[in-house]
Design a protein around this ligand. Structure first.
Ligand SMILES: [Fe+2]
Length: 434
């Protein structure tokens, strides 16, 4: 008889001991906190035929990482797909991983949707599925993927905090800030280390312009998320956004040099956050010293043309560091990516290429061109993924470009728009190009 997890889901190829170790790793992954890799390696050492062990390893390493770590995920998939006896749920995960490796993000997201239609208590499929919805900028599914499994859950089901954390971000991206905050706070009350729930509340506060509340939430009300945080860079990035909202740019630089990018990794999600933070400071006229150079070097170490969202942030770094040759090479890579494999060709065509051209134009002082390109993107820039908070950097760039191009009417209109409809990051410091 096959071993089952605490939701009654079969774990092919796992001993009882391996199942316990797998669950420990999964619990850490649900929180994005603690050491997931050590118990996962022990589980696979104990049961080398444990399909879900390799599945978890692949999901943990393939998204938002760097080429070296993603290769580990590809290797885990190569092993898992040839293991005997995988059940239908496990085959669903494997098919989704295969699609992601082929760059077919939309197909991968749909396949995990199907896994959860049949197994609504598969939290791994829900969590990764929401991450894929994030890569697709699919605000509706960020919420609905989670909401639709609720009939299979009660508050005493193991992992309820993870569901509440997922709901928090889903509701926030759908614009329901009250429910987002309530779900996130409920999750944190159950599991204070849940970085995703901490993050959902941060988003909800940011979107309401509650910057002081945000600092309190991230740094005082709950600090348990901070230790061994897999999501640490991003949650500190959110903390820094609140400080920007308060005009506290020295603290932002301190956080940048510390938990945001002090470790200077080449993980794509880390570099995205680092670039977005420096770009926001640039727009606010803050001198960031030589910080752009190291970040530009790290972007250049990784392959381009795989993610329009990541490449857009690489362009920020190249412009910020004054790397014209690298900027031009990236423009050429985008042109080639238009005809490349997978969904990235769509992301590039819809958003990535004009966004990258706009940032390059902005860097060269062609503000009118940057304005035109960014105005064309406003209604659809969610199509290349990310959150509202992350994509706001494009709106902020448009605000600066409009002003610097001398289009005072547009600039005034955009400012009024932010005050009236989007209080999230209206700059406290005047937007100027540095
Ligand atoms: Fe976020």
């Amino acid at each position: 008889m096959k071993v089952k997890d605490h939701h009654g889901l079969e774990l092919t190829g796992a001993s009882a001991a391996a199942a316990g170790l797998y669950q420990k790793a999964l619990d850490a992954y649900h929180c994005y906190a603690g050491d997931a890799m050590t118990p996962l390696a022990a589980a696979l050492s104990e049961s080398p035929g444990c399909v879900m062990g390799y599945v978890l390893q692949a999901w943990m390493t393939l998204i938002g990482s760097n080429a070296e770590t993603a290769a580990m995920g590809a290797q885990a998939f190569a092993v898992a797909k040839d293991l005997p006896g995988a059940n239908a749920r496990e085959q669903g995960h494997l098919a989704a991983i295969g699609s992601l490796l082929a760059g077919e993000v939309r197909t991968a997201a749909r396949l995990l949707e199907d896994v959860n239609l049949a197994w609504p208590r598969d939290v791994l499929a829900l969590q990764v599925g929401q991450t894929l919805d994030f890569l697709l900028g699919d605000a509706r599914m960020l919420r609905d993927r989670i909401v639709r499994v609720l009939p299979a859950w009660t508050a005493d089901t193991p992992g309820w905090h993870a569901i509440q954390g997922l709901l928090s971000f889903g509701y926030e991206e759908a614009g329901d800030y009250a429910r987002a905050e309530a779900c996130g706070r409920e999750a944190i009350a159950l599991q204070p280390r849940n970085n995703w729930a901490q993050h959902g509340v941060a988003h909800a506060l940011l979107m309401q312009g509650r910057h002081a509340d945000g600092v309190r939430w991230m740094r005082h009300e709950n600090e348990a998320w901070q230790a061994e945080a897999m999501l640490g860079v991003h949650n500190w990035w959110h903390t820094a956004l609140f400080h920007i909202g308060l005009g506290e740019t020295e603290e932002v630089l301190r956080l940048y040099d510390g938990p945001i990018y002090g470790a200077a990794t080449t993980f794509s999600f880390d570099m995205v956050d680092a670039a977005a933070m420096l770009w926001r400071l640039k727009l606010a006229g803050v001198d960031v010293g030589d910080r752009w150079a190291g970040l530009a070097d790290n972007f250049a170490r990784e392959p381009a043309g795989l993610s329009a969202f990541v490449d857009t942030h690489a362009m920020m770094a190249y412009v910020g560091a004054g790397r014209e040759a690298q900027a031009r090479a990236l423009l050429e890579t985008q042109s080639a990516a238009l005809n490349g494999p997978g969904d990235n060709a769509y992301f590039v065509r819809e958003v990535g290429q004009p966004a990258i051209q706009a940032l390059h134009a902005f860097g060269q002082g062609r503000y009118g061109q940057a304005t035109d390109l960014l105005r064309g993107l406003r209604g659809k820039h969610h199509r290349f993924g990310g959150s509202h908070a992350q994509r706001d950097v494009l709106d902020l760039t448009l605000l600066s470009a409009a002003r610097l191009s001398g289009d005072d009417s547009l600039h005034a209109a955009l400012l009024a728009e932010r005050d009236g409809a989007q209080p999230l990051t209206t700059p406290k410091t005047p937007a100027i190009a540095a």
